[in-house]
Design a protein around this ligand. Structure first.
Ligand code: SAM
Length: 505
């Protein structure tokens, strides 16, 4: 299969693949890069941004990270479409006069002035996608999902259940975490890939099983995953998981190692995440603890329908639920306790971005800089004045010396004394000024900087300034409470016997 740009973007941007235009640090625009001429513009597909227009022809086959100059697209009185038709008809005299044409970009007129905008073309990743995906719902942001995936101990080859899928922010991060290459399904010696083979835990593809009960959202996510080359690694199911749980047609799926629930009432889904059918006593306990009518909470197990667990029977399964209110947390925790989950705990991520830089010692203590870190302190300003005054004094002193010298020469001439020639005088003055002036004139700001630079090169950087940091308040994150828990694997007499028989080397 074609590798996904999220998993292997390659060195350059490619047609029909996702690229991201980064206009500012947190301002990104996603685009499926296209060579198609089917567009309102003569130039083909164009991304119009507040920093200018970027025809896809200028974005294709570029090394990731390239800075792209905005192009001037003529959207004037004549429509670009009519210009396109004209061009196709051979009448190409409609370019702006005197503006340079760009070779190989279909006769585009490039903005070459200093005020023209630019953007960087960067490869897609779960992080960049989270910052620019089309929002259908609240999404899980990078600080949360990176912590969640780490606490769930997700590794390549794992299977994750995710509900609800929402806008697919978590989905993209999860799929990268489980990706272990495109592994061919191995078969057992009896030719049956299902059942026993799956239980033997041969190398399997990492996979995300995503559930969403809102049909248009489920469809949109499926389409996006197809566009992003990830559809092989994610199964999106349109389903109400409170009602119908997480098992799929294929008996070996989802076989989950970990679960992430971003649902309004996660406790209502927990009854489907057990290893065996919950007893009546447990059903009652969950209903009373979560203040939910029993019928809603734990659909009673139908003995006619054989019970199937969506969980990997060979592993302790980890879960995380994501809820904005503490009331949701307490209900979830009660249901988890009743259903045998262990190591239940809650965490909240409060991410802050720190701007870290080095500052010269002394300036900060004075507290004189105010809001502008580039403003001079009083001490610096006084030093500069002193320098200027000192230099002026010396300059005027030298001028005076020169005048006196001229007078002295004139008087000597009057008296008929031998006066050295002007050339001799200048040579003598030069040597005199060179030695004495350099000693007397304090170094200019430029000289001081140069000297400081030379000193810095000799010394270690950390001694030259203290590291300071400031928090940046605008970090995008949706704070919620994260409840984590573990469901141990079941341990049978058979397992015990096997473990006892195992020889440890
Ligand atoms: N985690 C997602 C992301 O990062 O983009 C956002 C999830 S959004 C906050 C919650 C989603 O759960 C919504 O799309 C909603 O339709 C879905 N949902 C709510 N109840 C559900 C249920 N019973 N079964 C399946 N999905 C459900």
């Amino acid at each position: 299969p074609q590798p996904s740009p999220f998993l292997d973007p390659g060195p350059v941007s490619a047609p029909n693949s996702l690229g991201i235009l980064q206009l500012r640090r947190d301002h990104l625009i996603p685009a499926i890069l296209s060579t198609s001429a089917d567009s309102d513009y003569a130039e083909g597909k164009v991304e119009n941004t507040r920093f200018g227009s970027f025809p896809h022809s200028t974005l294709l086959h570029k090394p990731w990270g390239t800075q792209i100059l905005a192009s001037v697209i003529d959207t004037g009185s004549r429509s670009s479409r009519s210009k396109k038709r004209k061009r196709e008809a051979g009448d190409v005299g409609d370019e702006e006069a005197g503006t340079p044409k760009e070779e190989g970009s279909g006769g585009l007129v490039r903005a070459a002035t200093a005020s023209s905008g630019f953007a960087h073309l960067i490869p897609p990743s779960p992080e960049t996608w989270t910052l620019c995906l089309p929002h259908r719902t609240q999404v899980v942001y990078t600080p949360d999902y990176s912590y969640i995936l780490q606490r769930l101990r997700i590794r390549p080859g794992d299977h994750i259940i995710e509900a609800g899928a929402g806008s697919g922010s978590f989905t993209h991060a999860a799929v990268r975490a489980v990706f272990n290459g495109y592994v061919e399904q191995e078969e057992t010696s009896d030719g049956n890939a299902a059942g026993a083979a799956a239980r033997k835990r041969r190398k399997r593809n990492g996979h995300v099983y995503s559930f969403e009960f809102h049909a248009p959202r489920a469809k949109q996510l499926r389409d996006e995953l197809e566009e992003h080359g990830l559809s092989q690694l994610v199964t999106v199911t349109n389903r109400d998981v409170y009602q119908d749980g997480f098992c799929l047609e294929n008996a070996t799926e989802p076989d989950a190692d970990a679960i992430f629930l971003d649902l309004p009432a996660p406790w209502l889904a927990l009854k489907h995440l057990t290893r065996s059918p919950p007893s009546q006593a447990v059903i009652k306990s969950v209903a009373s603890e979560s203040n939910t009518p029993a019928a809603d909470t734990t659909e009673q197990h139908n003995p006619q329908k054989p019970f199937r667990s969506p969980l990997n029977p060979q592993k302790a399964v980890r879960i995380c639920t994501f809820s904005p209110c503490i009331e949701q947390v307490t209900k979830t925790v009660s249901a988890m306790r009743a259903l045998g989950w262990l190591e239940i705990g809650m965490a909240e991520i409060q991410a802050k971005r720190l701007e870290v830089r080095r500052e010269r010692v002394g300036l900060q203590e004075e507290g004189l800089r105010g809001a502008n870190p580039n403003a001079a302190t009083v001490q610096e300003a006084v030093q500069r004045l002193r320098d200027v005054e000192g230099r002026a004094k010396i300059f005027h002193g030298l001028q005076k010396e020169k005048q006196e010298e001229v007078m002295r020469r004139a008087e000597a001439k009057k008296r008929g004394e031998k006066v050295p020639s002007l050339k001799e005088e200048r040579e003598a003055a030069k040597t005199k000024t060179k030695v004495s002036d350099i000693e007397r004139v304090p170094p200019s700001k430029h000289d001081r900087l140069e000297r400081a630079k030379r000193e810095l090169e000799k010394r270690e950087l950390f001694k030259e300034g203290r590291l300071v940091h400031r928090t940046e308040p605008e970090l995008k994150t949706h704070t919620s409470y994260l409840v984590f828990a573990v469901l141990p694997r079941e341990w049978s007499r058979e397992d015990e016997a096997k473990a006892a028989a195992r020889t440890w080397t």
